[in-house]
Design a protein around this ligand. Structure first.
Ligand code: PLP
Length: 463
C-alpha cells in the first residue's frame, strides 16, 4: 500500500479521475471507463440538482433510486442530523440500546402505517430489511409449531429485493441471479403482473387476475404447509415501474390468508409518500404482515432500514423465542432523527397530496408526448412513480436491438437539456423517474421537455 502524498483539496480533476480509475470498483459491473463519462463522480448536491466533478449542474429525475425524496441536502434533515450527531454519532452505544430518535421514529412509523403494523426492527439497507422479514417469517412459524413452513414465494421478472444471497434468491432480476448460483434453496417464483406486456397475453379485466391466482396455484403445488411467506413489491419498480392491475394486491392478501402465509411487502422504493400515500399497501387497500423499508427511512441521508412488523406477529417473539437477529448499525440515531424530521416535513407541507399531483401533471404531459411520439410505447405515471417506456415499434412493442445505445442517447440529450435521466435497459429502454417530492412545476416541465427531446433523438437515430 502506497502512502498518499496528495493534498486532496487542491488535487486537479485529472488526478481525481485517475485515482478513481485506479482504486474504485464502482457498483454494477462498471469498469474504469465509467470514469470517462459525464456524471461519474459527484461533487455536490443542491436541492434536487447534482453537481458533478466536471461542474455540470443537473436536475436529478430518479432521486438516486428513489432514496432521496426530499432532495440532496434538505435543511430540515441536515439540522436534525447535526443536533443528534452533536450528542452522539454512534448507533448502538450500550449493547444495542436504541438512541432517542430511534424511539420517536418507531412511534411515528406505527402511527403512519396501516392496521396493526407496529414494531420496527432496524438494519442498514433494504436488503437487510427484506432478509430480516424472511427470517422473522421462518422463525414465526417455528414458534407456532409449524416448522415445516420455510419456503419463500416471490415474483419474476423484476421485483428486486436486494443483494444478499437470500434477497438475490427472492429477486426476479435474472441477470443478478445466474452469476451467483447456486442460490438458496426454498425459493419459488411466480410471474409478476405486467399489463403492458402480460406474461399470459391477456387483458385486464378479462384476465380475471390470473397473475394473482397463480400465487394460489403455486402454493397448492408446493404444499401450503411448507410455505412461510410471499414477498412482493406492489408496483414492480425493478421491472420498470409496473403497477399491479386493480384488485391484484387484495386478491394476494386473500390468498395468503387462505393458506396461512405471511405477506411481506417490500416498500423500500414505494414507501414514504412516493405513491401519494405513506405506504403503497394502503393505496392498494391491504395490510401486509411486514413492510420492508429503507432509502427514505432516513430520506436518503444514510444507511437506515427497517422491517416493520404487525403486532400479532411480533408479540409471539418472547422469552426463549426472542429473535436472534440484529446489526451493529441497526438504527443509527442521527439517521433516525432525519427520518422523523422528513416525516414531519412531509406532513407540514402536505407532500402526500403533492405526490399525487405530480403524478397527475406528469401523466397528462407525458401522455401527450406519447400520442405524438413514434417511440414512446407506454407512460406509467402515478404519484412519484413515473416511467416512460421506449420501443422500436409501438404496435408490436418491439424492443430496440441495442438498448444500451438508446439509453446512451437518452442520457446525452437529457444532460444537454439540464436533466439527469436514469434509463434502465434491463427489460427495455425505460426512463425510471422517481422525482423528488419537492420538485416545482417548472422543474417538472424541464423534465418533460428533455423527455420530448430525447424521444425525438431516439426516433431519428434508431427507427
Ligand atoms: C424494491 C427494493 N427493495 C430492496 C432494495 C435493496 O435496498 P438496498 O440497496 O438498500 O440494499 C432496493 C434497492 O434498490 C429496492 O429497490
Amino acid at each position: 500500500m502506497r502512502q498518499s502524498t496528495v493534498n486532496r483539496a487542491s488535487a486537479g480533476l485529472g488526478k481525481l479521475i485517475a485515482t478513481a480509475k485506479e482504486y474504485v470498483w464502482p457498483a454494477f459491473g462498471r469498469d474504469s471507463t465509467f470514469f470517462d463519462l459525464p456524471v461519474s463522480i459527484v461533487s455536490a448536491g443542491e436541492g434536487n440538482y447534482v453537481i458533478d466533478c466536471y461542474g455540470n449542474r443537473l436536475l436529478e429525475t430518479n432521486s438516486c433510486g428513489a432514496a432521496a425524496s426530499l432532495g440532496f441536502n434538505h435543511p430540515a434533515l441536515l439540522a436534525a442530523m447535526k443536533e443528534q450527531m452533536d450528542k452522539i454519532t454512534m448507533t448502538t452505544p450500550n449493547l444495542f440500546a436504541p438512541t432517542e430518535p430511534v424511539v420517536w421514529l418507531s412511534e411515528k412509523l406505527a402511527q403512519i402505517s396501516p392496521g396493526s403494523l407496529k414494531y420496527t426492527i432496524y438494519s442498514s439497507n433494504g436488503s437487510d430489511a427484506n432478509e430480516t422479514a424472511m427470517k422473522v417469517a421462518r422463525h414465526y412459524w417455528k414458534i407456532l409449531g409449524k416448522a415445516t413452513k420455510y419456503k419463500v414465494i416471490h415474483r419474476y421478472p423484476g421485483d428486486y429485493h436486494g443483494m444478499s444471497m437470500s434477497t438475490a434468491s427472492a429477486s426476479g432480476h435474472i441477470f443478478r441471479r445466474t452469476p451467483f448460483e447456486p442460490l438458496m434453496a426454498g425459493f419459488v417464483a411466480i410471474h409478476s403482473p405486467n399489463c403492458y406486456r402480460c406474461p399470459y397475453n391477456l387483458t385486464y379485466p378479462g384476465c380475471d387476475l390470473l397473475c394473482a391466482e397463480e400465487l394460489g396455484k403455486v402454493i397448492e403445488f408446493e404444499d401450503p404447509s411448507t410455505v412461510a411467506c410471499f414477498i412482493t413489491e406492489s408496483t414492480n419498480t425493478g421491472l420498470g415501474i409496473v403497477p399491479p392491475p386493480p384488485g391484484y394486491m387484495k386478491r394476494v392478501r386473500e390468498i395468503c390468508d387462505q393458506y396461512e402465509i405471511l405477506l411481506v411487502c417490500d416498500e423500500v422504493i414505494t414507501g414514504f409518500a412516493r405513491s401519494g400515500f405513506w405506504f403503497e399497501c394502503e393505496k392498494q387497500g391491504i395490510v401486509p404482515d411486514m413492510l420492508a423499508l429503507g432509502k427514505n427511512l432516513s430520506w436518503g441521508c444514510g444507511a437506515l432500514a427497517g422491517t416493520h412488523v404487525k403486532s400479532e406477529v411480533a408479540e409471539v417473539f418472547t422469552g426463549k423465542n426472542t429473535l436472534q437477529h440484529g446489526y451493529t448499525f441497526g438504527g443509527t440515531g442521527y439517521l433516525a432523527a432525519a427520518g422523523v424530521a422528513g416525516i414531519e416535513y412531509v406532513e407540514k407541507h402536505n407532500l402526500l397530496a403533492r405526490a399525487t399531483e405530480i403524478g397527475k401533471i406528469m401523466a397528462k404531459k407525458l401522455g401527450a408526448l406519447k400520442e405524438k411520439s413514434a417511440v414512446i410505447g407506454d407512460v406509467r405515471a402515478d404519484a412519484g412513480l413515473i416511467a416512460v417506456e421506449l420501443v422500436k415499434d409501438k404496435k408490436t412493442k418491439e424492443l430496440f436491438a441495442d438498448r444500451a445505445a438508446v439509453a446512451g442517447v437518452v442520457g446525452k440529450v437529457g444532460r444537454e437539456n439540464g436533466v439527469l435521466f436514469a434509463c434502465s435497459t434491463w427489460y427495455g429502454d425505460i426512463l425510471w423517474m422517481m422525482v423528488s417530492l419537492t420538485m416545482t412545476n417548472d422543474e417538472l416541465a424541464m423534465i418533460v421537455n428533455a423527455v420530448d427531446k430525447a424521444a425525438a433523438a431516439v426516433e431519428k437515430q434508431f427507427t
